[in-house]
Design a protein. Sequence first.
Length: 579
Amino acid sequence: DMLEVKERKINVLQKKIENLQEQLRDKDKQLGNLKDRIKSLQTDSSNTDTALATLEEALSEKERIIERLKDQREREDRERLEEVESYKKENKDLKEKVNSLQIELTDKESSLIDLKEHASSLASSGLKKDSKLKSLEIAIEQKKEECSKLETQLQKQAEQLFSHMNNPKAHEVEQQTGSRTNPEYVDRVKLLEKEVSYYKDEATKAQTEVERLLDILREVETEKNDKDKKIAELERQGGKDQTKKSPNIKLGQGDKKGLGQDPRKDSSLDGGHHLKLEELMNTLERTRQELDSTKQRLSSTQQSLQERDTHLTNMRQERRKQLEEILEMKQQALLAAISEKDANIALLELSASNKKKTQDEVMALKRERDKLMHQLKQHTQSRMKLIADNYEDEHYHPHAPHHQPQPLHAQPQSQAQYPHPTHAQQSPYPHAPHAQHLQHPQVPQQHPHPQQPQPQYAQHPQPLAPHQQHPRPPQPQHPHQQHPQHPQHVPPHGHPTPQHPHPQHPHGPPQQGPHPQHPHPQHPQHPQHPQHPQHPQHPHLAQHPRHPSPHHRGGPTRGPPHAGHRPSPDQDDEEGIWA
């Protein structure tokens, strides 16, 4: 039994030994596999070490590149900040310069306006002094004539002295009278010569002042042109600065794109640099907006100045128009009053009674008429001054303030022998109806006639309503070259022919042709009316030589002049004034 047990144990142990041997074989196989794996892992570790080394080198290079880029960014940021600050300073300087230049421009323009006004006043004073000089020269000529007359009288007195040598008493009396009369005239002549020299000196002074003011005006204009050039240069510099800023912005944007392409970049650095770039862009846009606003302010100020200038010119033109209308109204009222006085005088002269009352009334009416004529003359002179001032303001030239342009339509010079002062009353509307005549209206008819409507003397000045809607600039005045106002032709029967305005001739005198609308076609064939005297027996026409003859009215001749037509002394005085 023991042996069997031992054999069984031996068998069991052999089986265990076999199992253990198999396990050993398996473990050996596992060891071989593990050794192979260890070898492969060793090769992998060597490869990973080389890869890590290469990666570490690449990382170090990238860190170096990042540091370089950071340095570049910092430099560029500093440069951009410096440029922005410099641009801001330049913008402020430019704004200050523009403001100072605008102030200087306003000052220069105000000084220019003052100088123009002063020059116009000096020109008017020079013209007044010239007229005074002419009048004084005329007075000196008269005094010279008186001196020549006195010299002839002295010669006669000397002859009388030789003849009256035997009568010493008469000789003494004549010497006393001569010594009394002659020194007075000599003193007066000396005083007049002194006055003439004084006025000549004043005229030369005024001319020198005018030349000085013209030089000042030229200097101011040159300064103004220089300031305009400076402003244009500053604007060009501003445009160049904007063009310089734009490539810097493009470079910043390119850097931004290049940096955005870098992999594995720190988000914090990228965000800070992006914010800085945005701030720079905002500052640049603000500078651009400020430059644009300054340009807009400049343009707005220039437009406001132009609008103010136009408003001033419009106000001046309206004021002149109102003054001209007031003067026209006064002139029309004076013409109506003169026509009434002339009608009353003609009626009193037609009456055959030679009473003292009628004569006194006629004399009083004539005096009143002369006063009205004097007032009308003054109004015409003031109106002419106003028109001349308007013309000088509209056609002002700084280098030739006394330049007188030639008239547009000069008439022939055959009218010089008949002075006609009423031509100086030309209205600023060349084609206006003929309402400013100094011609005396004719005698109103005393009987009603169905075919002959009586003229209304209160309606003698025709209204200017249709032509005031289209005003024209005033034409240059000349007493004998332009005749835009034609006095109405007076036929022998005493009725003035109606004048028709011709709008088809706006720049010259209307052509006077036959009038088919004449209200009195059969008037000369009425001998049965004794109240219609013929022209040779008309006392009013004979006593008023101021009616201009048809051949010097600016139109075609219609007949021979009146037989009794002679220039009156009033006309001679007016010719001297208007010359």
